[in-house]
Write a protein that binds this ligand. Structure first.
Ligand SMILES: [Mg+2]
Length: 198
């Protein structure tokens, strides 16, 4: 078996990063894409990042909607990414919550801020976490990135004065795309210097 080199991922939170977060979104009719998300994903793909969604879906665990509802919405969302020429490589979700009902009531390592979904992507897709990036709109996303030891966690927020442990805070996706480009080029030049032994 030949070893394939691991690729970096751009981990995307869903609600509040891909779509406007009106709270427990589970219907196609209520799902509104945030401006610039497809262009950002195109930039990331050009930079060789895999596109991986990591989303907490406690609405399932709380009984607000079903896994089937989630899968239907996800299938539709993935079609939209395909239509924009930026197919998603994977979508991971966590339906569990400590206040959930029935089988969903549990503390899960998949639920952000735990890094479980990122580790799963590493194992299943061959993601190199040491060169991967996460974009989230909540501090639990940023903590998940830190827990998985990602080198870059970006907080997407339209509030200028938020307190965050994120490495960077941006209020629009075009800015993130620009920053991701310079960050990635800088990382590559560091690697080349290491290889040459300088
Ligand atoms: Mg979110």
């Amino acid at each position: 078996m030949t070893e394939t080199p691991n690729s970096p991922a751009l981990f995307l939170d869903r609600d509040g990063v891909i779509n406007h977060d009106a709270g427990y979104i589970h219907r196609i009719a209520d799902f509104r894409f945030i401006d610039g998300i497809f262009d950002l994903c195109a930039t990331a793909r050009d930079l060789n990042y895999k596109l991986v969604v990591v989303t907490n879906q406690s609405g399932i665990g709380r009984g607000y909607y079903t896994e089937e509802d989630f899968h239907q919405l996800t299938a539709w969302m993935r079609e939209a990414f395909i239509a924009h020429d930026v197919p998603l490589d994977a979508v991971y979700y966590c339906p569990f919550h400590p206040d959930g009902i029935g089988q969903y009531r549990k503390t899960s390592q998949l639920r952000k801020p735990a890094p479980g979904m990122l580790l799963k992507a590493r194992d299943e897709l061959g993601i190199d976490l040491a060169t991967s990036v996460l974009i989230g709109d909540k501090e639990s996303d940023i903590e998940a990135a830190h827990n998985a030891k990602l080198p870059l966690a970006i907080r997407f927020s339209d509030k200028a004065d938020i307190r965050s442990k994120a490495d960077r805070i941006f209020s629009n996706h075009a800015q993130i795309a620009q920053f991701l480009t310079s960050f990635t080029k800088q990382q590559h030049s560091v690697c080349e210097r290491d290889v040459r032994g300088h």
